[in-house]
Design a protein around this ligand. Sequence first.
Ligand code: FES
Length: 64
Amino acid sequence: MYEYICYCDKVTKGDIASAVFKGAKTLKEVVAVTGAMMNPDCERNNPKGICCGKDIVELIKEYS
Ligand code: FES
């Protein structure tokens, strides 16, 4: 099963990792590469009920 980080745009942890490995360093760059946060309806899609932005920032730190 995929582990989504952005549920609204079905972006996985792996997608974030590969964006960072390819050189994306900021949330803005990761969003541009992965297509995350393009269609936000987080309250409905994300089990946490909030947007994935913070989680993406955490992953950028983890993978950098
Ligand atoms: S979970 Fe990423 S924009 Fe909603």
